[in-house]
Design a protein around this ligand. Structure first.
Ligand SMILES: Nc1nc2c(c(=O)[nH]1)N=C([C@H](O)[C@@H](O)CO)CN2
Length: 139
């Protein structure tokens, strides 16, 4: 008899490790603490890792069961363009809460980079993790 080794078999009750990814999403918005920065738009680069139970869309092949990365990307852009944050920290906090509330994401890791803000660096930025990974991926 053959046994397939599943996560549940190895570690019942463990948080689901599945995620949906968005990497290198470029958003043009007003951002920054200095007066000149309130007069221009600059590029932010967003990386997102979001807990989701991919077993369900993996069975049904229905986007309605998936965390739609296209829909999330559109919301990331509209959120940051409306917010026009001074600090990346504030942008990250509001964006994380917006995505968790609107898409039912239990846990996410979010990085916002601001290329060119420090000319000697490739990019500077912030990274946050919010929420808990649950057994099913749901909130
Ligand atoms: N931790 C942070 N430090 C700084 C930020 C920020 O958002 N978080 N922002 C700035 C300025 O806006 C800078 O990017 C202008 O080049 C400075 N430090």
């Amino acid at each position: 008899m053959r046994y397939s080794i599943t996560k549940e078999w190895k570690n019942p009750g463990a948080p689901l490790a599945d995620t949906v990814l968005i990497e290198g999403l470029v958003v043009e918005t007003v951002v920054g603490v200095y007066d000149w920065e309130r007069e221009v738009t600059q590029s932010l680069v967003i990386d997102l890792e979001m807990a989701w139970d991919n077993r369900v869309p993996g069975k049904t092949d229905e986007v309605a069961d998936a965390l739609d990365y296209a829909a999330v990307s559109t919301r990331v852009e509209s959120c940051l363009q409306t917010l026009r944050p001074k600090l990346l920290e504030y942008g990250a906090e509001v964006l994380a809460k917006t995505l968790q509330d609107e898409f039912g994401i239990s846990w996410l890791r979010l990085a916002i980079r601001k290329p060119g803000a420090v000319p000697a660096a490739k990019a500077v930025g912030v990274q946050i993790e919010r929420g808990e990974k649950t057994e099913t991926g749901a909130r």
